[in-house]
Ligand binder design. Structure first.
Ligand code: ASP
Length: 352
């Protein structure tokens, strides 16, 4: 088709005009990857009353934040779109490979990962321990879905981009950033089911705070030792003890061939005498046993004597998880048994 001179001139004029008005489409801005995995942040309520389900794409998520285009060029990568209760160990293993591959691109400054809040802390920890890239990685979620009266997802994404662009952002390791607070992957826990202020970092406190376009940093996190990503993850289980626990489930796990067990103990590392015997049974079968606590705001330290007391458990050879939560201790244990790490190597990981 021939194009007349007048039409050609007006086309050139339009191109020059839009370049002047909209700039070069963000070509001079840094590029940040937005990796989507689902969760409430991608959720919308089913109009037929079926509840909130993740349906939004990455493009949907950034379309509602036009000001993002003034900060960075966003490249969207869809990894999955699930409620985070559906995350399997293998999903996280593949996510780690996926994120590292994206960050290998020298043009990408960092990654924002959208994720369901129920298990965001677990995925963040998994990535923190396994990612090879030193670039900043920020996991974000939302407590209110996109169809809510005031969704919190868009601001959380915007703040995550601000965080990545801020000076020294790589010193934080992997973070979970919601409701303006920046949390270290190792310390963060979900502490509320509905409130937008849902995450806390226990006694250690958060790493920083984002307000009115500024990122305030309170402390850095030394990057911990990495565990090479195994080709396949071995199983480790988490068993919570309770009043009257007869240790049956620990023995069952051992008999099923599980290689590692995290026991979520009472208070400062205590279990009853029958559970103590079951832990002995596990250790005698070369199963690695870790002791964490059901107290969410504190660590676990051996204090009490007698069979089942923390001091006696430690003498048996169980590993105390310190401030690492039970669910994250299970992730560490899964990686450890998959890579045949020694007891000493696991203890070193817990210390850093
Ligand atoms: N059930 C949701 C999830 O974890 C909760 C959320 O994203 O806030 O995927």
């Amino acid at each position: 088709m021939q194009i007349g001179n007048t039409k050609l001139l007006s086309l050139i004029f339009c191109l020059v005009y839009s370049f002047c008005i909209y700039g070069d489409g963000g070509n001079n801005l840094p590029t940040i990857a937005l990796i989507t995995t689902g969760g409430t942040i991608a959720g919308s309520a089913d109009p037929d009353g079926g509840g909130v389900v993740p349906v939004l794409t990455g493009e949907d998520l950034i379309r509602v934040i036009p000001s993002l285009g003034e900060l960075a060029k966003i490249e969207v990568f869809e990894f999955c779109n699930v409620d985070s209760s559906k995350m399997l160990p293998e999903t996280r293993r593949q996510m780690s490979v996926f994120v590292d591959n994206i960050l290998k691109n020298p043009g990408i400054k960092g990654a924002v990962i959208t994720h369901g809040t129920d298990t965001i802390a677990e995925s963040a920890y998994f990535l923190d321990v396994t990612l090879q890239s030193k670039k900043p990685v920020v996991l974000v979620g939302a407590m209110r879905d996109a169809s809510a009266i005031s969704p919190d997802g868009p601001e959380n994404i915007y703040n995550a981009v601000l965080q990545i662009l801020s000076e020294g952002s790589e010193k934080f390791g992997v973070t979970v950033t919601l409701n303006q607070y920046i949390h270290a992957a190792k310390d963060v826990n979900k502490a509320s089911t509905t409130n937008v202020q849902a995450f806390c970092s226990g006694k250690k406190g958060c790493l920083g705070y984002i307000a009115v376009g500024t990122v305030y940093k309170f402390r850095d996190v030394p990057r911990g030792k990495k565990i090479p990503l195994p080709k396949m993850l071995q199983e480790a289980v988490l068993l919570k003890t309770f009043s009257g626990d007869d240790g049956r489930f620990i023995r069952y796990a051992v008999d099923m061939g599980v290689k590692g067990i995290v026991v979520e103990s009472l208070g400062s590392g205590n279990v009853n005498e029958t559970v103590y015997e079951a832990i002995k049974y596990a250790l005698n079968h070369d199963v690695i046993v870790m002791i964490s606590t059901s107290i969410s705001d504190e660590g676990v330290y051996p204090v009490y004597g007698g069979p089942g007391g923390g001091v006696e458990l430690e003498k048996l050879g169980v590993i105390f998880t310190g401030k690492l939560s039970a669910v994250k201790a299970r992730i560490l244990l899964m990686l450890a048994v998959s890579q045949n790490l020694s007891r000493e190597e696991i203890v070193q990981h817990l210390a850093c």
